[in-house]
Write a protein that binds this ligand. Sequence first.
Ligand code: TRP
Length: 338
Amino acid sequence: MAAERPRVLSGIQPTAGSFHLGNYLGAVRQWVALQETHDTFYSIVDLHAITVPQDPRALRESSRLAAAQLLGAGLDPARCTLFVQSQVPEHAQLAWVLNCVTGFGEASRMTQFKDKAAKQGAEGTTVGLFTYPVLQAADILLYQADLVPVGEDQRQHIELTRDLAERFNGRFGRAFTVPGPYILKEGAKIYDLQDPSIKMSKSASSPKGIVWLMDDPKTSGKKFRGAVTDTDTVIRYDPETKPGVSNLLTIYSALTGIGVGELEEKFTGRLYGSLKTELGDVFADWVAPFRARVQEYLDDPAELDRLLARGAEKARAIAAGTLADVYEKVGFLPAGAH
Ligand code: TRP
């Protein structure tokens, strides 16, 4: 029965625009697979997005685009709960309570905050950005999640979430499941096509290194053909000495399910160019049905909004119970008493 499955919650910011291959192979694909084995909650975290300036129209569009891509990738509203964070007011409400059990020093130690704040300067940094990890803890704790599938860069935020859950439970009585991280598989890590020493990410230096799923596949084909490799000629998986070629083999394998060893055999005696061209074709075939599905959702925003509203309703059914318990435990008067 679904209720006995371990519960998973994860979140994705809506601001990426098109997902890139790194997002898909690193995270989204695992989210889709987890629907089969876990009780899954996935949130498009627009409250987190406004911790840095956002254009309101663009934000609305990005949220719909993120939803359409998640659905196009295979999230199934019948098997998971997909919702937009701002449509479940309990996130902001629980975040406030958690802010009040978080130490200032504790929050100040979050490395992601320190990095971003250092880049933006004190005046350009919002208090929202400072308390971002506390909101993330609220996202997780509201649903009593057992596991949080995230990349390695989120480990510290999950640790904070665990600390806050334990502290609250200890001080006020048990309200929260203490979640564990579910660090996404290293094998799914995709690197930049121009600089295979860094992971594929939208903050990369050159746009030629990132493959966007919503781009015309011809554009992506060019990027694969221009991928940085090495001066050797052998097509062999060896991330240490041949990071570029290895990355191409990883992507090829992830998209087709063909093992890397088998690919090495297949490409024995062939030139890098043929691997690059063939990978571009493999990608184009793979991405076409995805783009078509996404476009269908985008063409019917009313239906998309209805799906999200239903997701928010399902999410609230759980979140409201947790929040009511928390409010009672911290000593707030019962609401709605006549
Ligand atoms: N901070 C996460 C990231 O940047 C996004 C996120 C927000 C999240 N809330 C979450 C991830 C809750 C997991 C669980 O990737």
